[in-house]
Design a protein around this ligand. Structure first.
Ligand code: NAD
Length: 334
């Protein structure tokens, strides 16, 4: 081969690797999702007019998803336990979009009350005629060490994050298979892929969701127009830390902690919508250095274990000395 061609190829490969490395350090999502958000179908176009059911729509990621979906022109079913909060979210959706009152259904729902899920699903279908997208977003986290934590907390986490989500999916999916189209999008977590201290039960419930939906997807191979997607965010600004379970079922978190270092909710929601619009099956969403961990866990687990153990030691030490667990990586132990 000609020397010039070899040199050119060499530089092209170097350029390709450099672009990826550079992009990696400035990205806050995996490459598939990032390409989808930059060059893929626009969510304002793809999601316009779609009927989207969002659980956990009264705060945090779910609330922000509602606002952005409203601006896309999606028709909405807003669910969570507190009706007054859902009405507030609805009002704000109407103020910031061209949707009409009848385009948004407030449908209070408790994920723990599984016997109500069939009637709630029927009510949603009767109202709009169909459901295009279910976003399984409602859930709670955990801030407690395993040795201190009651088994009741583990049961509650599995009942809410795992079984509540499975139960609603069980009601909605037959409607989608009947129509031959639809999307079930589930907000899992980075802790659905990896582990971290203070979250053994939460991570277990999110790992369960990952296993469940990854397997369900394989059962639906003959429904090419049904999307089963899991979203794995790292730290995102919301009320998750404030609402987390502690070692005792009825003991609240004492301090909500610092949110500044977390990804803005708006960015997380906009990436999720880009992923849905482009049928991305698994979305990794996190700022650096967290995103680097997803790759390390996936491709270099031995190295990932090494670093994770160092960070975990610091996180546990900080937690025990009363420093906020979420910002523990960024603060010195007392
Ligand atoms: N914020 C983060 O850092 C983060 C990271 C990874 C994953 N997640 C996931 O994102 C999802 C949304 O959490 P968030 O961060 O917006 O927290 P959040 O606490 O602000 O919102 C949680 C929502 O779930 C609802 N919910 C809780 N229990 C419920 C029940 N029994 N029935 C119905 N709804 C219930 C709440 O009312 C609220 O609307 C959760 O599944 C969470 O695990 C969050």
């Amino acid at each position: 081969m000609d020397f010039c061609v070899v040199t050119m190829l060499y530089y092209l490969i170097l350029l390709y690797i450099s672009i990826h490395l550079l992009a990696f350090f400035f990205t806050d999502a995996d490459f598939t999702l990032l390409w989808a958000s930059l060059l893929g179908r626009k969510s304002e176009v793809k999601l316009k007019g779609q009927v989207v059911w969002v659980t956990g729509a009264s705060s945090g990621i779910g609330e922000e998803l509602a606002y952005q979906l409203a601006r896309c022109g999606s028709r909405l079913i807003l669910s969570a336990r507190r009706e007054d909060e859902l009405r507030r979210v609805k009002r704000q959706c109407l103020e910031s979009s061209s949707l009409k009152d009848e385009d948004i259904l407030v449908l209070p729902l408790d994920l723990l009350e599984r016997t109500t899920h069939e009637a709630k699903t029927q009510a949603a279908i009767e109202y709009f005629g169909h459901i295009d997208i279910l976003v399984n977003n409602g859930g709670r986290s955990q801030r407690s060490l395993f040795l201190d934590t009651s088994v009741d907390v583990y049961q509650a986490l599995m009942e809410l994050n795992f079984l509540g989500t499975v139960s609603l999916t069980k009601q909605v999916l037959p409607h989608m298979t009947q129509r031959g189209t639809g999307s079930i999008v589930t907000v899992s977590s980075v802790l659905g892929l990896a582990g971290a201290p203070l979250a053994t039960g939460y991570a277990a419930s999110k790992h369960a969701l990952q296993g469940f939906f990854n397997s369900l997807r394989t059962e639906l191979y003959h429904y090419p127009n049904i999307l089963i997607s899991t979203v794995c965010p790292g730290p995102v600004q919301s009320f998750i830390a404030q609402n987390a379970f502690t070692e005792d079922l009825h003991k609240p978190v004492t301090s909500p902690g610092y949110q500044g270092h977390k990804m803005p909710t708006r960015r997380c929601a906009s990436l999720i919508l880009a992923g849905i619009a482009n049928s991305v099956k698994e979305m990794w969403i996190a700022q650096q250095p967290f995103l680097a961990f997803y790759y390390a866990w996936q491709y270099t687990p031995t190295f990932a274990w090494f670093v994770t153990n160092l960070l975990s030691k610091k996180r546990v030490q900080n937690f025990k000395s009363g420093v906020d667990a979420d910002s523990a990586y960024f603060t010195k132990p007392k």
